[in-house]
Design a protein around this ligand. Structure first.
Ligand code: K1U
Ligand code: ZN
Length: 172
């Protein structure tokens, strides 16, 4: 297994629309294993392949608490087949937008179909944090970050701060 570097905004690769995976192979599973290890180390509760520079429609997640058994979820080619018209505002973070947390409005529930680790088709009815995290990760597959849901002013303030802190890191 390997820890992969996570891209941070405003890296233009994060704007890529990721490609469908044609077949779930051992190579796909190796990438998902590496992504999961990277996500646990960060730490985070979700990660899309484009965040490690791979433009494929792959997401890993684990919402288990610290005192619970790991419960990894692997989603390949996820599709949202239903979403509630009712929406809710809730705070989100992103490993590609480190140290910023902002409220984002999203559907409360969503039904997702996807291929699992073995390439088998699955369907999941989601709500709460699971619904939020899956929808956030599926945005990554379209090249959308949670800050793209904010006002232009808030987004540009965050991006300027990220650029400044990256410059400071590279000189220290
Ligand atoms: O970068 C990402 O896409 C992962 C992101 C997922 C997410 C978090 C909150 C709402 C929507 C989507 C994160 O994991 S940010 C870090 C985080 O939330 C967290 C980290 C450690 C423990 C618990 C949560
Ligand atoms: Zn994210």
């Amino acid at each position: 297994m390997a820890l992969l570097p996570i891209l941070t905004a405003p890296d233009p690769r994060l704007k890529t629309v990721s490609q469908l995976v044609t077949q779930v192979t051992d190579e796909t599973r190796q990438l998902m294993d590496d992504m999961l290890e990277t996500m646990y180390a960060a730490p985070g509760i979700g990660l899309a392949a484009i965040q490690v520079g791979v433009p494929q429609r792959i997401i890993v997640m684990d919402l288990a608490g610290q005192d619970e058994e790991p419960a990894p979820l692997y989603l390949v080619n996820p599709e949202k087949t239903q979403a509630s018209p009712e929406t809710v505002l809730h705070e989100e973070g992103c490993l590609s937008v480190p140290e910023f947390y902002e409220d984002v409005e999203r559907p409360i529930t969503a039904t997702i179909t996807y291929l699992d680790y073995q390439g088998q088709k699955q369907s999941l009815n989601t709500e709460g944090l699971l619904a939020r995290c899956i929808q956030h990760e599926m945005d990554h597959l379209e090249g959308v970050l949670f800050i793209d849901h904010l006002s232009r002013l808030k987004r540009s303030i965050i991006l300027k701060k990220l650029i400044k802190s990256r410059k400071l890191q590279s000189t220290s």
